[in-house]
Design a protein around this ligand. Structure first.
Ligand code: TXA
Ligand code: MG
Length: 310
């Protein structure tokens, strides 16, 4: 029921989005579940396929800043970030431009819109061929870890979406960094390190308090949950635990034996899935430094460790 498309099927993939159906597609961060952002019926199907609470707004994907400016209003700081990091793993939440034609279901009624220009050439080609903004949350059932391969997408959404475009494994492996608000704040740590954004702005970026009101509902407590329970900052393991290592530790699963945060981010979701598939009961995770991509890795791990919504 869910068709598996290869890189050479790019025209067919674009046609699926243009006719209002659902296509999972690769980006450099994670696979997205794409729909024509100007077609409310198509967007409604995204929420249905994911089983996602409807108050969660979606990111629109476009091929360039020039296209992005048709849908959002960029002040000087937002523009500087777009010029520095697009295409790439940064999402900017900016005031919506009237008349852009983006469905209200995409923004969940907010007056702002989240926009991203992905870097992966296959995603760029797809967006250029679709010729409309593509709304895409991560291509997983709501509340589960994001997919970094086409096989992960099918594990969660087989039969619930029309097709998946297989572009191999995602190189970044965690979702985009989200920045937005006035003044700009960090709404979600992700694939572009906070330090790089601060260096571009020439100031510190305040982290949005996840305990506060939900302006980026990706901040919901247990958003990235594997089935196993998770214990963080484990210096050692108890008898019923399996170690997810980082750095020079003895472990069947190690995010990066060399202690490389980029490698660790790329491995994170696939290893959580592998450990679930192996029937691991409790995952003990080695300490991961909170710098660079470590901020995003620790954010996802904290959510994986949070008490589950039933
Ligand atoms: O890397 C990524 O960002 C991936 C790929 C597919 O692009 N997408 C992704 O989307 O992670 P999703 O839907 O799983 O997370 C999008 C986040 C959510 O937390 C959502 O609430 C937030 O973006 N968001 C979207 N529009 C927003 C808005 N107008 N204001 C605040 N937050 C918004
Ligand atoms: Mg997600």
């Amino acid at each position: 029921m869910t068709e598996r498309l290869q890189r050479s099927d790019i025209d067919k993939a674009a046609g699926i989005v243009r006719r209002g159906d659902l296509l999972a597609f690769p980006t450099e961060t994670v696979y997205g579940l794409g729909a024509d952002a100007t077609n409310s019926r198509a967007v409604a199907k995204v929420y249905e396929a994911k089983g996602r609470p409807s108050f969660n707004p979606l990111i629109i994907h476009v091929p360039s800043l020039e296209e992005a400016e048709k849908f959002g209003i960029f002040d000087a700081e937002a523009k500087a970030l777009a010029q520095a990091f697009w295409p790439g793993a940064l999402t900017l939440v900016v005031p919506m431009r009237d008349g852009g034609g983006v469905s209200d279901l995409v923004t969940a009624g907010l007056s702002s819109v989240a926009i991203r220009v992905p870097d992966l050439p296959l995603a760029q080609k797809l967006l250029a061929r679709v010729g409309r903004p593509v709304a895409a949350p991560s291509a997983n059932p709501s509340g589960l870890v994001s997919p970094t391969t086409a096989a992960h997408v099918l594990d969660g959404l087989e039969g619930r979406i029309d097709a998946v475009l297989d572009g191999g494994a995602c190189s970044v492996g965690v979702e985009s960094t989200i920045v937005g608000g006035t003044p700009l704040r960090l709404l979600r740590p992700g694939g572009i390190p906070r330090e790089a954004i601060e260096a571009c702005l020439g100031r510190n970026l305040e982290l949005h308090d996840p305990g506060g009101t939900i302006s980026a509902p990706g901040q919901l407590a247990s958003h990235y949950a594997p089935s196993a329970s998770v214990r963080l900052n484990a210096e050692n393991t108890f008898e019923d635990e399996t170690l997810l290592g980082f750095g020079h530790v003895e472990a069947d699963w190690n995010l990066s034996p060399a202690g490389d945060l980029v490698e660790a981010a790329a491995n994170l979701f696939a290893m959580l899935r592998d450990m679930d598939a192996a029937g691991v009961d409790t995952i003990a995770v080695s300490p991961v430094p909170n710098t660079g991509l470590g901020l995003a890795i620790n954010d996802r791990l904290r959510r994986a460790a949070a008490p589950r919504a039933q």
